[in-house]
Design a protein around this ligand. Sequence first.
Ligand SMILES: CC(C)(COP(=O)(O)OP(=O)(O)OC[C@H]1O[C@@H](n2cnc3c(N)ncnc32)[C@H](O)[C@@H]1OP(=O)(O)O)[C@@H](O)C(=O)NCCC(=O)NCCS
Length: 242
Amino acid sequence: MHVWLFDLAADALSLDRLRGVLSADERARAERFVFPHLRVSFAIAHGVLRILLSKYLEVAPERIGFSFNAQGKPSISNEDCRLRFNLSHSGSLGACAMALDCDLGVDVEQIRPMTDMFDIARRFFSPAEGADLEAVRLDQREIAFFNCWTRKEAYIKAIGGGLSIPLDSFQVSLLPDEPARLLSNREGDPDSWNIHAFDAGAGYRGAVAYNGARRELIVRRIDANEATKNWEVSEKLRDVSR
Ligand SMILES: CC(C)(COP(=O)(O)OP(=O)(O)OC[C@H]1O[C@@H](n2cnc3c(N)ncnc32)[C@H](O)[C@@H]1OP(=O)(O)O)[C@@H](O)C(=O)NCCC(=O)NCCS
């Protein structure tokens, strides 16, 4: 299970290159953002995603075709393709998760002061998660909240159901000293899902969820400018496989 993290920042030349690999639809979506910085973030996130996929698939980034399920989850349009991926972006951070043969979802969130934390928990978390959150020491509550949020998002993104899945219909672990886990779900098969929390850098929380056997998680950082240059996935992963 590979997770690539990148800042949503690029120099002018790299930004041009990243825009150059987008499809006409993606360019049109980027243009619809009112704020210029969101246009740039979108182009970088989707450009880096295409470049990463191109390294795994060994095809030109602009030639990759996507299909979308009814809730908008993208996948590679070639049905024989075993590579699965998911994208997340928050604040100035992007994340792409890649793996073979599993349903996967990734979520990164910028940690920000949440004055309405308990209102959100009451609306979106399960009662047990809400109770866990209230039991957490005050100085760890923000971390516990974003643990819960990212794990829940990663799980619904792995299923691909988006907001059609009631967020209070399943429970994740959130206590800062407990491992990331799906504790219960509607289907009654929480053990067939894995969740890893990962270090997404200062001020961010991250989680990836997927089904099947538990895998080793490798998290790498890549510079969006570097991504546009010539490199191979094996090079970037070499130092972790030694
Ligand atoms: C769309 C959704 C799948 C993720 O939204 P998000 O957390 O705002 O956004 P992220 O950056 O993590 O992910 C967005 C990317 O996921 C992918 N995606 C879109 N629909 C998806 C789906 N149904 N399943 C999985 N991935 C999806 C796309 O690549 C999308 O990128 P794009 O918008 O640039 O095209 C959906 O779960 C959502 O709107 N969630 C918000 C729910 C909420 O209010 N949660 C409260 C706390 S638990």
